[in-house]
Design a binder for this molecule. Structure first.
Ligand code: MN
Length: 228
């Protein structure tokens, strides 16, 4: 261990279902507009676009179960997403071996300051103020692949105060998980500890303080988050 000139920040970690050991997070990638119906609701043609990615910070992931309404915004949206955690990586990973790099999966929310994201889009500016803020990625414990198959279909839903707002199926992803991993690895060197948020189905909308969010993906324990 080197001697640090300041106290070293802790490595962000995620709990792992069925284990007392935790998963160290290196990077967080998020894909945009990966469900056709969501691309349409955001005003885009889903057929014509190569995938694109943005990043959140590893310490934006939150397992606390509460989402503090962030400052400098009047319009924070929920986006329910399947999260993929990598146990290994590399460059130029072929699609047909991409799933070999997956450690496990989780249910996550890509919380978004939609007003700030919209201003950034209009001005051609980066999205960080809209996407990469504190506690912006509530997530469940990771479920290792060893305890189940790779999920490629099944309902994905988000309810606000018991009323379903987002409803889709994992099989509606435009870019499937192996394609996403392969595509990302052509641009970045992927590595153990990387987490990928795989996009959200249609029905995104605003949250208010006091709201109870319940994210569900078939085969996983739900993600329950209270907006505070
Ligand atoms: Mn998203």
């Amino acid at each position: 261990m080197p001697e640090f000139v300041i106290e070293a920040p802790q490595v962000p970690t995620l709990p792992v279902s069925g284990s007392s050991a935790v998963f160290p997070v290196r990077r967080v990638y998020c894909i945009g507009r990966n469900y056709a119906a969501h691309a349409v609701e955001m005003g885009h043609d889903p057929d014509k676009e190569a995938p694109f990615f943005f990043q959140k910070n590893p310490n934006n992931l939150s397992i606390s179960g509460s989402f503090p309404y962030p400052p400098k915004t009047e319009n924070v949206h929920h986006e329910i997403e399947l999260a993929v955690a990598l146990k290994s990586g590399g460059r130029n990973i072929p699609v047909d071996s991409a799933l070999d790099h997956v450690f496990g999966y989780a249910v996550a929310l890509d919380m978004t300051r939609r007003d700030l994201q919209g201003e950034a889009k209009k001005a051609g500016r980066p999205w960080e103020v809209g996407k990469a803020f504190e506690d912006s990625a509530p997530i469940t414990p990771l479920v290792p692949v060893a305890s189940g198959a790779h999920p490629d279909h099944g309902a994905i839903t988000l309810a606000v105060n018991g009323s379903v707002k987002q409803e889709g199926d994992l099989n509606q992803m435009i870019w499937k998980v192996p394609e996403m991993i392969s595509y990302l690895s052509d641009f970045f060197e992927l590595s153990a500890g990387d987490v990928i948020l795989t996009g959200t189905p249609s029905g995104v909308g605003p949250v208010e303080r006091g709201d109870r969010l319940e994210g569900r993906i078939d085969g996983f324990d739900p993600l329950n988050v209270k907006v505070v």
